[in-house]
Write a protein that binds this ligand. Sequence first.
Ligand SMILES: [Zn+2]
Length: 169
Amino acid sequence: MKRDSQRARVYRWQQAEIPGIWVCVPLEDCAQLITMVCRDIGFKTPVVMAKRGHLSMANTRNIWLSPKGQTFVIALHELAHSITQRVFGIFGDSIAGHGPEFVRMFLWLLEHYYDEPGAQALSLTPSLYGVKVSSYGVVDVIFDRLAYINIVMDKTIVHPMEEVLYGKE
Ligand SMILES: [Zn+2]
């Protein structure tokens, strides 16, 4: 995996620009959102679990949400990790955890599944924070690969992403 060089910038961007990022909801609501998205896009739904501490994490099969991370935005952030790790990890591409492909997938999820005024305009904002974003074409690549994975194969373990989320206490 490439060095995760824009992770801090991604955190700064989402903290400043995504409305309602730290609005907590019940864990079940996060799991329900993730299940709905995964059914729509044909991704095997990760198991969503609560965990202690400040870290929320994801791998291709599991999402762990810290108490502070039980929000719709963080659920979609972690789901974007699950999806990108799977579709790029499985084909051996080297991508950074919070790299341009991840950010585009996260934006796509926000645009389609985050029902909050302003979510549609979020694509305009990452560059203001020095965050690089892949073009929309990468989402087509991701969906093509998900279709391929569903048809041909069903295996991969990638090490969990770890991150420290710093929100309002
Ligand atoms: Zn992350």
